[in-house]
Design a protein around this ligand. Sequence first.
Ligand code: SAH
Length: 292
Amino acid sequence: MLDPVHKTGLIHKKSDVYYYYQVIYIQVNLKKKNGEKMRLGIISALHEEQQGLMEAMLDATTTEHGGRVYTQGQLWGIDAVCVLSRIGKVAGAVTATLLVEKFGVTHILFTGVAGAGDAGIAVGDIVVADALVQHDMDARPLFPRFEVPLTGLAYFSSDHAMALQLLTAAHGFLEHDFMEVIDAGQRAAFRLAQPRVHRGLIASGDQFMHDPAVINALKVALPGLVAVEMEGAAVAQVCYELGIPCAVIRTISDNANEDAATDFLTFVSAVAANYAFYIVRRYCQALAKHGF
Ligand code: SAH
């Protein structure tokens, strides 16, 4: 800002009229830039959840900071920064903060896997968050259960437009890419007959959910729950506090029950990367088409 204003100040000495034109021109330009130019941060917890995206980046450069590698470049026409957060709420929160404060992203997308949060949701289904909650936040009796103290909030909304664009990308993936990129062996092994897309509440906490009693109690406490995972709500809180639109999309890897650990590991290594890659590709291509 300093340079253009200073330059305009010099012009001011010569002609008042020209000075005003210059100032207006600069303001319009900045406004246009802020309003239109997107820089998308893409976070996943695990390598397998983002495999392929970094390789697909054009003009990629990497920066190591705080024990993580941030890869910046162009993804199907979108200016993007990809990073692996590692597992858990603090890992998600610090990664989201740095993406905004150090790498200048304007939007954040989290893509990964999750446990099912409802009996009607199966392994291989896709969930898009409408809102996110930290299921292990409990400062009772000082604050209501799930409320993040001193924010007055328990639920952090995802960005409506981003969520809608992701839903479209997820439907497109299942309709057009799924049969091609997930082979018959994998479809049989994971009983992926007709995967579906769901939207709703995602709950995050520093706990891998594998006890049916725990997940059942949580479903009662959190109506509308579609999935459980370990980072999304922390990223959503950071984005809320920094005023950055964010969205979370997850492929269901397990049922958050006694089989969760085995199902999770095999699904993540065999299938999850393909879901993430093709959904993010559709998402970026649609954004690029609309001039973001
Ligand atoms: N044992 C695994 C740990 C995975 S933790 C390992 O060694 O790699 C599970 C990761 O997937 C987290 O990033 C979380 O966000 C997501 N996830 C998938 N299923 C989950 C479940 N049932 N409960 C909690 N998080 C789950």
